[in-house]
Ligand binder design. Structure first.
Ligand SMILES: [Zn+2]
Length: 233
């Protein structure tokens, strides 16, 4: 096997490794995103439930206080029949008006709280349902992703072993050049000549070089992008 043929194989291994590394790079982030989504939803459901408890407590306190106010108003109204002068009457009426105002405010607040309660009950219920579905879905997806990570890691180890073997059969000078090019050219160091153009950057390759590449004579690099050139049958 010529050095060029070995380089073509090495490029194939490196392309596969690059794909695997990209995949492995993305997967843990995907797992994290799914977990984050679940935990955000959990927090939101818990917040909703806590607020609902607060509202319930407030409502029952207000109910008590409304009953008390109503009783007081009733008592003052009864006393109205017993007053003997205008001054006492005015004083009682003033108290009653004041209590009615207080009652009015409480009832408004009561309505507001009940409205909030209804909305929150609905949204919390719907979030809880989403959470339930998400959890089931999440488990399946995380399992699948973790299996992929595991399989990719095994595949990567095997490829790296093959890579080391391949590298050891190629001369050190050529390997050094290969590594420089693959780093500079985003993982693609060996390309075929397409007609008279470099398959990597599209630059024109001189006819003499095309002829030699076609004949498989020696090692040639593109003048512009430095990639190794071969002729694909
Ligand atoms: Zn080129």
């Amino acid at each position: 096997m010529t050095d060029l043929q070995k380089l073509i194989q090495l490029q194939e291994i490196d392309s596969e490794l690059k794909e695997l590394n990209d995949l492995l790079g993305d997967l843990p982030a995907k797992v994290n995103n799914l977990r984050q989504e679940e935990s955000n939803l959990e927090q939101s459901v818990a917040d909703g439930e806590n607020r609902l408890k607060e509202i319930e407590l407030d409502l029952s306190k207000m109910e008590l206080s409304e009953t008390e106010i109503k009783e007081k108003i009733g008592k003052y109204k009864d006393q109205l029949y017993l007053v003997t002068n205008n001054k006492q009457y005015d004083a009682l009426m003033h108290e009653i008006d004041h209590l009615k105002e207080e009652l009015d405010q409480q009832e408004t607040r009561d309505l507001e709280l009940r409205e909030e309660q209804t909305e929150l009950q609905e949204s919390t219920k719907s979030k809880a349902m989403t959470l339930k579905t998400l959890r089931e879905d999440l488990r399946v997806r995380v399992d699948r992703l973790e299996k992929m990570i595991e399989e990719s890691a095994e595949k990567k180890a095997a490829l790296e072993e093959r890579r080391n073997e391949q590298v050891s059969t190629i001369s050190a000078i050529i390997i050094a050049r290969y590594h420089r090019v693959i780093q500079a050219r985003h993982g693609m160091a060996v390309v075929n000549v397409e007609g008279t153009a470099c398959g990597g950057c599209g630059s024109m390759v001189p006819p003499q070089i095309v002829a030699e590449v076609k004949a498989g004579k020696g090692i040639h690099n593109c003048d512009v992008c430095s990639r190794f050139l071969y002729w694909a049958e």
